[in-house]
Design a protein around this ligand. Sequence first.
Ligand code: C5P
Length: 290
Amino acid sequence: MPQPLATRAPAKINLTLHVLGRRADGYHDLVSLVAFAGTGDDLRLDPGPVLALQVAGPTAPQAGSEADNLVLKASRLLAERIAGLKAGTFHLTKRLPVAAGIGGGSSDAAAALRLLARLNDLPLSHSALHEAARLTGADVPVCLEPRARIMRGAGEELGLPLNLPRLFAVLVNPRVPVETPAVFKALGLQPGQDLRGTVHPDLAGASSGSLLSSLKAARNDLEAPAMSLQPVIGEALDLMRQTENCRLARMSGSGATVFGLYDHCEAAAAAAKRIQSKRPHWWVKATSLR
Ligand code: C5P
Protein backbone atom coordinates (compact mmCIF):
# COMPACT_ATOMS: atom_id res chain seq x y z
CA MET A 1 0.00 0.00 0.00
CA PRO A 2 1.46 3.45 -0.86
CA GLN A 3 2.45 5.65 2.08
CA PRO A 4 0.16 8.50 3.27
CA LEU A 5 0.99 11.93 1.81
CA ALA A 6 0.60 15.16 3.75
CA THR A 7 0.71 18.91 3.15
CA ARG A 8 -0.12 22.16 4.94
CA ALA A 9 -2.99 24.28 3.58
CA PRO A 10 -1.78 27.73 4.65
CA ALA A 11 -4.01 30.74 5.29
CA LYS A 12 -4.13 33.12 2.31
CA ILE A 13 -3.74 36.78 3.15
CA ASN A 14 -4.72 39.53 0.69
CA LEU A 15 -2.18 42.21 1.60
CA THR A 16 -3.96 44.45 -0.93
CA LEU A 17 -7.20 44.01 -2.84
CA HIS A 18 -8.33 46.57 -5.40
CA VAL A 19 -11.60 46.05 -7.27
CA LEU A 20 -11.26 47.22 -10.88
CA GLY A 21 -14.86 46.64 -11.97
CA ARG A 22 -17.65 44.14 -12.35
CA ARG A 23 -17.67 41.87 -15.37
CA ALA A 24 -20.66 40.93 -17.50
CA ASP A 25 -20.63 37.45 -15.84
CA GLY A 26 -21.14 39.09 -12.42
CA TYR A 27 -17.64 38.34 -11.10
CA HIS A 28 -15.42 41.25 -10.09
CA ASP A 29 -12.07 42.01 -11.69
CA LEU A 30 -9.46 42.39 -8.99
CA VAL A 31 -5.80 43.06 -8.48
CA SER A 32 -4.48 41.68 -5.22
CA LEU A 33 -1.12 40.99 -3.62
CA VAL A 34 -1.60 37.60 -2.01
CA ALA A 35 0.75 36.16 0.62
CA PHE A 36 0.60 32.99 2.71
CA ALA A 37 0.86 32.51 6.46
CA GLY A 38 2.83 29.90 8.35
CA THR A 39 -0.41 28.83 10.01
CA GLY A 40 -3.11 26.78 8.28
CA ASP A 41 -5.09 23.58 8.02
CA ASP A 42 -3.40 20.20 7.51
CA LEU A 43 -4.36 17.65 4.89
CA ARG A 44 -3.33 14.00 4.63
CA LEU A 45 -4.17 11.56 1.85
CA ASP A 46 -4.26 7.83 2.57
CA PRO A 47 -4.15 6.27 -0.91
CA GLY A 48 -7.01 3.84 -1.47
CA PRO A 49 -9.71 2.66 -3.83
CA VAL A 50 -12.37 5.31 -3.10
CA LEU A 51 -12.35 9.07 -2.86
CA ALA A 52 -13.49 10.11 0.64
CA LEU A 53 -12.98 12.86 3.24
CA GLN A 54 -12.94 13.01 7.03
CA VAL A 55 -12.80 16.38 8.77
CA ALA A 56 -11.60 16.92 12.35
CA GLY A 57 -9.97 19.76 14.29
CA PRO A 58 -11.09 22.83 16.24
CA THR A 59 -13.06 24.53 13.44
CA ALA A 60 -14.47 21.32 11.89
CA PRO A 61 -17.96 21.95 13.36
CA GLN A 62 -18.23 25.16 11.29
CA ALA A 63 -16.93 23.57 8.09
CA GLY A 64 -20.30 22.23 6.92
CA SER A 65 -20.94 18.77 5.49
CA GLU A 66 -18.05 16.72 4.16
CA ALA A 67 -19.97 16.07 0.92
CA ASP A 68 -19.99 19.83 0.16
CA ASN A 69 -16.30 20.32 1.02
CA LEU A 70 -14.12 21.91 -1.67
CA VAL A 71 -11.53 19.13 -1.14
CA LEU A 72 -13.95 16.66 -2.73
CA LYS A 73 -15.16 19.15 -5.36
CA ALA A 74 -11.58 19.81 -6.56
CA SER A 75 -10.71 16.09 -6.48
CA ARG A 76 -13.75 15.16 -8.56
CA LEU A 77 -13.00 17.90 -11.08
CA LEU A 78 -9.48 16.49 -11.46
CA ALA A 79 -10.74 12.89 -11.71
CA GLU A 80 -13.02 13.99 -14.58
CA ARG A 81 -9.93 15.23 -16.44
CA ILE A 82 -7.35 12.52 -15.69
CA ALA A 83 -8.35 8.99 -16.67
CA GLY A 84 -7.60 6.44 -13.93
CA LEU A 85 -6.67 9.07 -11.34
CA LYS A 86 -5.42 7.42 -8.14
CA ALA A 87 -7.06 8.89 -5.03
CA GLY A 88 -7.94 7.76 -1.49
CA THR A 89 -9.24 9.11 1.80
CA PHE A 90 -8.37 12.68 2.77
CA HIS A 91 -8.06 13.58 6.45
CA LEU A 92 -8.46 17.32 6.96
CA THR A 93 -7.45 18.93 10.24
CA LYS A 94 -9.38 22.18 10.22
CA ARG A 95 -7.84 24.96 12.30
CA LEU A 96 -8.61 28.09 10.31
CA PRO A 97 -11.90 29.90 10.87
CA VAL A 98 -14.47 29.24 8.15
CA ALA A 99 -15.92 31.95 5.81
CA ALA A 100 -13.17 34.20 7.13
CA GLY A 101 -11.46 35.86 4.12
CA ILE A 102 -8.26 33.83 4.50
CA GLY A 103 -9.08 31.20 1.91
CA GLY A 104 -9.39 28.21 4.24
CA GLY A 105 -11.64 26.20 1.94
CA SER A 106 -9.72 27.31 -1.16
CA SER A 107 -6.37 26.41 0.37
CA ASP A 108 -7.75 22.99 1.44
CA ALA A 109 -8.94 22.34 -2.13
CA ALA A 110 -5.57 23.41 -3.55
CA ALA A 111 -3.77 21.18 -1.01
CA ALA A 112 -5.92 18.24 -2.18
CA LEU A 113 -4.88 18.92 -5.78
CA ARG A 114 -1.20 19.06 -4.72
CA LEU A 115 -1.47 15.69 -2.96
CA LEU A 116 -3.26 14.10 -5.93
CA ALA A 117 -0.58 15.53 -8.21
CA ARG A 118 2.11 13.93 -6.04
CA LEU A 119 0.31 10.57 -5.89
CA ASN A 120 -0.20 10.51 -9.67
CA ASP A 121 3.19 11.99 -10.68
CA LEU A 122 1.59 15.03 -12.30
CA PRO A 123 3.68 18.21 -12.52
CA LEU A 124 2.07 21.18 -10.74
CA SER A 125 2.08 22.97 -14.09
CA HIS A 126 -0.37 20.37 -15.55
CA SER A 127 -3.31 22.14 -17.19
CA ALA A 128 -5.85 19.74 -15.63
CA LEU A 129 -4.77 20.84 -12.14
CA HIS A 130 -5.16 24.51 -13.04
CA GLU A 131 -8.53 23.90 -14.68
CA ALA A 132 -9.81 21.92 -11.68
CA ALA A 133 -8.52 24.70 -9.38
CA ARG A 134 -10.23 27.47 -11.38
CA LEU A 135 -13.54 25.59 -11.55
CA THR A 136 -13.47 24.89 -7.80
CA GLY A 137 -13.35 28.58 -6.83
CA ALA A 138 -11.84 31.96 -7.67
CA ASP A 139 -9.16 31.75 -4.93
CA VAL A 140 -8.08 28.15 -5.53
CA PRO A 141 -5.53 28.75 -8.38
CA VAL A 142 -3.41 31.12 -6.28
CA CYS A 143 -3.32 28.54 -3.46
CA LEU A 144 -2.05 25.74 -5.74
CA GLU A 145 1.58 26.80 -5.22
CA PRO A 146 1.32 28.91 -2.08
CA ARG A 147 3.87 31.64 -2.71
CA ALA A 148 3.31 35.40 -2.57
CA ARG A 149 2.24 36.78 -5.94
CA ILE A 150 -0.02 39.27 -7.66
CA MET A 151 -3.40 37.85 -8.64
CA ARG A 152 -5.61 39.50 -11.27
CA GLY A 153 -8.95 38.96 -12.97
CA ALA A 154 -11.27 36.91 -10.79
CA GLY A 155 -8.20 35.01 -9.59
CA GLU A 156 -7.25 33.20 -12.79
CA GLU A 157 -4.31 35.43 -13.83
CA LEU A 158 -1.29 34.81 -11.62
CA GLY A 159 1.99 36.69 -11.56
CA LEU A 160 5.35 35.07 -10.87
CA PRO A 161 6.19 34.17 -7.24
CA LEU A 162 7.58 37.13 -5.28
CA ASN A 163 10.19 36.97 -2.55
CA LEU A 164 8.62 39.11 0.14
CA PRO A 165 10.87 40.66 2.76
CA ARG A 166 10.60 38.91 6.14
CA LEU A 167 7.36 39.99 7.78
CA PHE A 168 5.33 38.79 10.74
CA ALA A 169 1.61 39.01 11.10
CA VAL A 170 -1.17 38.72 13.62
CA LEU A 171 -4.44 37.35 12.30
CA VAL A 172 -7.63 38.18 14.17
CA ASN A 173 -11.07 36.80 13.44
CA PRO A 174 -13.95 38.01 15.62
CA ARG A 175 -15.71 34.69 15.02
CA VAL A 176 -18.42 36.05 12.75
CA PRO A 177 -18.71 34.27 9.39
CA VAL A 178 -18.91 36.53 6.33
CA GLU A 179 -20.35 35.29 3.04
CA THR A 180 -18.19 36.48 0.12
CA PRO A 181 -21.09 37.04 -2.36
CA ALA A 182 -22.85 39.32 0.17
CA VAL A 183 -19.74 41.51 0.50
CA PHE A 184 -19.27 41.84 -3.27
CA LYS A 185 -22.99 42.65 -3.54
CA ALA A 186 -22.66 45.35 -0.87
CA LEU A 187 -20.04 47.05 -3.09
CA GLY A 188 -23.02 47.87 -5.31
CA LEU A 189 -21.38 47.69 -8.77
CA GLN A 190 -23.52 47.02 -11.86
CA PRO A 191 -22.43 44.30 -14.36
CA GLY A 192 -19.97 45.88 -16.80
CA GLN A 193 -19.23 48.79 -14.43
CA ASP A 194 -15.61 49.89 -14.59
CA LEU A 195 -13.96 51.72 -11.68
CA ARG A 196 -11.82 53.98 -13.80
CA GLY A 197 -8.83 55.53 -12.15
CA THR A 198 -8.31 52.62 -9.73
CA VAL A 199 -4.57 52.25 -9.33
CA HIS A 200 -2.56 49.55 -7.63
CA PRO A 201 1.01 50.24 -6.56
CA ASP A 202 3.85 48.31 -8.15
CA LEU A 203 4.75 45.84 -5.41
CA ALA A 204 7.18 43.51 -7.19
CA GLY A 205 10.72 43.44 -5.84
CA ALA A 206 10.11 45.86 -2.96
CA SER A 207 12.36 45.80 0.10
CA SER A 208 10.77 45.65 3.57
CA GLY A 209 10.58 49.43 4.02
CA SER A 210 9.40 50.17 0.51
CA LEU A 211 6.96 47.25 0.53
CA LEU A 212 5.33 48.64 3.68
CA SER A 213 5.00 52.12 2.21
CA SER A 214 3.54 50.62 -1.00
CA LEU A 215 1.14 48.53 1.05
CA LYS A 216 0.07 51.62 2.98
CA ALA A 217 -0.68 53.37 -0.32
CA ALA A 218 -2.90 50.42 -1.31
CA ARG A 219 -6.12 49.24 0.30
CA ASN A 220 -8.71 46.49 0.47
CA ASP A 221 -11.81 47.73 -1.38
CA LEU A 222 -13.93 45.07 0.35
CA GLU A 223 -13.17 46.47 3.82
CA ALA A 224 -15.95 49.10 3.83
CA PRO A 225 -18.72 46.84 2.44
CA ALA A 226 -17.71 44.01 4.81
CA MET A 227 -17.74 46.42 7.77
CA SER A 228 -21.21 47.61 6.78
CA LEU A 229 -22.37 43.99 7.19
CA GLN A 230 -20.25 43.17 10.27
CA PRO A 231 -19.24 46.33 12.20
CA VAL A 232 -17.14 44.19 14.59
CA ILE A 233 -14.48 44.15 11.83
CA GLY A 234 -13.87 47.84 12.60
CA GLU A 235 -13.37 46.97 16.26
CA ALA A 236 -10.81 44.30 15.31
CA LEU A 237 -8.93 46.81 13.13
CA ASP A 238 -8.93 49.40 15.95
CA LEU A 239 -7.59 46.88 18.47
CA MET A 240 -4.87 45.84 16.01
CA ARG A 241 -3.82 49.44 15.31
CA GLN A 242 -3.49 50.09 19.06
CA THR A 243 -0.88 47.33 19.49
CA GLU A 244 2.75 48.37 19.79
CA ASN A 245 4.85 48.39 16.59
CA CYS A 246 1.92 47.53 14.32
CA ARG A 247 3.05 48.74 10.87
CA LEU A 248 -0.23 48.19 9.05
CA ALA A 249 -3.68 46.81 9.92
CA ARG A 250 -6.08 45.72 7.16
CA MET A 251 -8.82 43.20 6.40
CA SER A 252 -8.03 40.14 4.25
CA GLY A 253 -10.25 39.08 1.34
CA SER A 254 -13.94 39.60 2.05
CA GLY A 255 -13.35 39.40 5.83
CA ALA A 256 -13.91 39.15 8.64
CA THR A 257 -10.26 38.26 9.41
CA VAL A 258 -7.99 41.27 9.80
CA PHE A 259 -4.20 41.18 9.83
CA GLY A 260 -1.54 43.35 11.42
CA LEU A 261 2.03 43.47 10.12
CA TYR A 262 5.11 43.63 12.36
CA ASP A 263 8.86 43.68 11.68
CA HIS A 264 9.71 41.19 14.41
CA CYS A 265 8.33 37.89 15.58
CA GLU A 266 8.35 39.05 19.24
CA ALA A 267 6.27 42.14 18.43
CA ALA A 268 3.68 39.98 16.64
CA ALA A 269 3.57 37.52 19.55
CA ALA A 270 3.12 40.36 22.09
CA ALA A 271 0.36 41.95 20.00
CA ALA A 272 -1.47 38.62 19.65
CA LYS A 273 -1.29 38.09 23.41
CA ARG A 274 -2.65 41.56 24.10
CA ILE A 275 -5.58 41.23 21.66
CA GLN A 276 -6.44 37.74 22.94
CA SER A 277 -6.48 39.00 26.54
CA LYS A 278 -8.94 41.73 25.54
CA ARG A 279 -11.14 39.43 23.44
CA PRO A 280 -10.73 35.89 24.84
CA HIS A 281 -13.38 34.38 22.54
CA TRP A 282 -11.86 35.70 19.27
CA TRP A 283 -9.51 33.63 17.07
CA VAL A 284 -6.06 35.25 17.31
CA LYS A 285 -2.84 33.92 15.79
CA ALA A 286 0.72 35.27 15.45
CA THR A 287 2.43 33.88 12.35
CA SER A 288 5.05 34.45 9.67
CA LEU A 289 4.25 35.52 6.10
CA ARG A 290 5.79 34.39 2.84
O1 C5P B 1 -15.44 31.55 -6.92
P1 C5P B 1 -16.05 31.56 -5.56
O2 C5P B 1 -17.13 30.51 -5.42
O3 C5P B 1 -15.06 31.47 -4.46
O4 C5P B 1 -16.74 32.99 -5.38
C1 C5P B 1 -17.78 33.18 -4.48
C2 C5P B 1 -18.61 34.37 -4.92
O5 C5P B 1 -17.89 35.57 -4.67
C3 C5P B 1 -18.99 34.43 -6.37
O6 C5P B 1 -20.17 33.72 -6.63
C4 C5P B 1 -19.19 35.94 -6.60
O7 C5P B 1 -20.44 36.31 -6.10
C5 C5P B 1 -18.15 36.55 -5.67
N1 C5P B 1 -16.89 36.91 -6.34
C6 C5P B 1 -16.86 37.98 -7.21
N2 C5P B 1 -15.68 38.32 -7.81
C7 C5P B 1 -14.56 37.64 -7.57
C8 C5P B 1 -14.57 36.53 -6.69
C9 C5P B 1 -15.76 36.19 -6.09
O8 C5P B 1 -17.88 38.65 -7.43
N3 C5P B 1 -13.43 38.01 -8.17
